[in-house]
Design a protein around this ligand. Structure first.
Ligand code: GMT
Length: 378
C-alpha cells in the first residue's frame, strides 16, 4: 500500500508513534510518505528506500498575523496523494491535521480521486487543546468526517466521547514498542558513565509542560536521596525546565540531578535506569512509561488517564493519585531498597511491555487501512 502519514515531527509522543509506525510499515513492504514541516526527529535520513519525506513549506507574508499552516498542509496533501498515488492518509493528532486532511479529501474529490482518512487521537488534541470552545466545533467536525478514528487508550476514547458530540465509532489501538529492536542492541549498559557504582538511577522523560508535574519528580527524588544513594536524569526540554533548574541549583542538587535535554539516545539512558518517574496530571497513554518498561525499568506513575492501562499496579510498577508524593516516595523506596523485589518488577515490567509489542499492534493499523480503502471504493 502507499500510505501517507501526517504528524508533528518533534520529540512528542504522537510524532514518535507516527514515525515508528511508518518505519515499521515500510519494513513490511509498504511505501510510506511522511508529510510534515520538517523531518521527524526519529527518522534518520535515508533510513529506507520505501520511506519518503515531503516537507510542508509556508511562505511568510507580513499581512498574516498567523501563517496559514492548514492551507499549506492541505495543498501539499493534495499534491502528494496525486503524485505518489496514495491509498490512505493517516493523520496523527487531530489539530489541525484531521481538519487539513478533510479539506484535501474534498479538493481531491473534485478531481475524481477518493482518499480515505484515518485519524489517530493522541491525548492533548482532545483533553487539553481540542476541547477548548475556540477549537471544539472544528475538531468535532474533523473527527466525525474521518473514515476511521482510533484512540491510543480506552481512557482517551471515553474522554473524546465525553468532551465532543461524536457520531462515529472510535477504535482503541494502543501505542506500541519495538521490543525486538531493544533486545537486539543487547550490549552491556555502561552505567558508570552517569553514576557511581552504588548509586541508583532514576529517570524522567517528557516535554516538561506543566501537566507533567516535573516539580513532583524533583520532590520525589529530594525525599528519596537522604536514604538512598541515587541520581536523577531529566530528559527533555520545555517550559518548566527553567523553574526546575533554578530550584535544583538553589538546593545544591546540581551534581545529583542532571538535565540532559532532548535525546535520541533514550535506549542508552533507559538501559542504565533503575526507576522511571511519571507523575503526570494528564496522560492519555504514557509512551515514555512504556519505553521504560520495555527496557525493564519499573515505573512509579500517577493514575491519570490511560496510565493504568499501561503500568500495572504492583506488577510493572506502582500508581498513585495525582500529587500524592508521600505515596510515590514510599512505593519507590519499597522497590529500591528491596533487591529481590526490584529484580522481579524489572522482569514484570518487560513482560507487561510485551503486551504492547509492535508485532501485536501493526496488523491492527494495516486492517484499518484496508477496510478504509475498501469502504471508500464502494
Ligand atoms: O505528552 C505530551 O504532552 C505529548 C503528547 C503528544 O501528542 O505528542 O503526548 C500524547 O500522545 C502520546 C502518544 O500517543 C501519549 O503517550 C501521551 O500520553 C499523550 N499525552 C497526554 O495525553 C498528555
Amino acid at each position: 500500500m502507499n500510505i501517507a502519514i501526517v504528524c508533528y515531527p518533534t520529540f512528542g509522543g504522537s510524532g514518535v508513534v507516527a514515525t515508528e509506525l511508518g518505519i515499521a510499515l515500510s519494513a513490511k513492504g509498504h511505501e510510506v510518505h511522511f508529510i510534515t514541516y520538517h523531518q521527524p526527529v526519529r527518522l534518520e535520513a535515508l533510513q529506507h528506500h520505501s520511506i519518503h519525506f515531503h516537507e510542508v513549506n509556508i511562505p511568510e507574508y507580513p499581512l498574516f498575523k498567523y501563517q496559514p499552516y492548514e492551507l499549506a498542509l492541505s495543498s501539499r496533501l493534495v499534491d502528494v496523494v496525486k503524485n505518489a498515488h496514495i491509498d490512505v492518509l493517516h493523520v496523527h493528532y487531530a489539530i489541525p491535521h484531521a481538519y487539513a486532511a478533510y479539506m484535501a479529501k474534498k479538493m481531491l474529490m473534485d478531481e475524481g480521486i477518493q482518499i480515505p482518512i484515518v485519524t489517530t487521537l493522541h491525548g492533548t488534541d482532545i483533553t487539553l487543546v481540542g476541547s477548548h470552545p475556540f477549537y471544539r466545533p472544528a475538531v468535532t467536525f474533523s473527527i466525525n468526517h474521518s473514515d476511521r478514528v482510533t484512540a491510543v487508550s480506552q481512557s482517551l476514547k471515553q474522554d473524546t466521547i465525553r468532551l465532543f458530540d461524536i457520531k462515529t465509532n472510535i477504535e482503541v489501538v494502543p501505542n506500541f514498542i519495538d521490543i525486538e529492536k531493544i533486545d537486539s542492541v543487547g550490549k552491556p549498559c555502561e552505567r558508570t558513565l552517569l553514576a557511581e557504582k552504588e548509586e541508583k538511577i532514576l529517570t524522567h522523560i517528557s516535554n516538561f509542560r506543566p501537566l507533567k508535574r516535573i516539580m513532583d519528580v524533583i520532590s520525589i527524588f529530594e525525599r528519596l536521596s537522604p536514604e538512598i544513594s541515587c541520581r536523577l536524569m531529566m530528559i527533555g526540554e520545555g517550559p518548566e525546565k527553567i523553574k526546575a533548574l533554578d530550584y535544583v541549583e538553589k538546593k545544591g542538587l546540581s551534581d545529583k540531578i542532571l538535565f540532559l535535554g532532548n535525546s535520541n539516545e533514550i535506549d542508552k539512558i533507559l538501559c542504565y535506569s533503575d526507576l522511571f518517574l511519571l507523575p503526570s496530571e494528564k496522560e492519555s497513554f504514557g509512551l515514555s512509561a512504556l519505553e521504560a518498561m520495555a527496557h525493564g525499568v519499573p515505573v512509579i506513575s500517577s493514575n491519570a488517564g490511560g496510565l493504568s492501562e499501561v503500568n500495572k499496579e504492583g506488577y510493572s510498577g506502582y500508581l498513585s493519585n495525582i500529587g500524592d508524593i508521600d505515596e510515590m516516595v514510599s512505593k519507590a523506596k519499597n522497590l529500591l531498597l528491596n533487591e529481590n523485589l526490584h529484580k522481579q518488577f524489572k522482569q514484570q515490567a518487560k513482560k507487561q511491555a510485551s503486551l504492547f509489542s509492535l508485532e501485536r499492534i501493526i496488523g491492527k493499523y494495516e486492517t484499518i487501512y484496508s477496510d478504509a480503502v475498501a469502504s471508500t471504493k464502494f
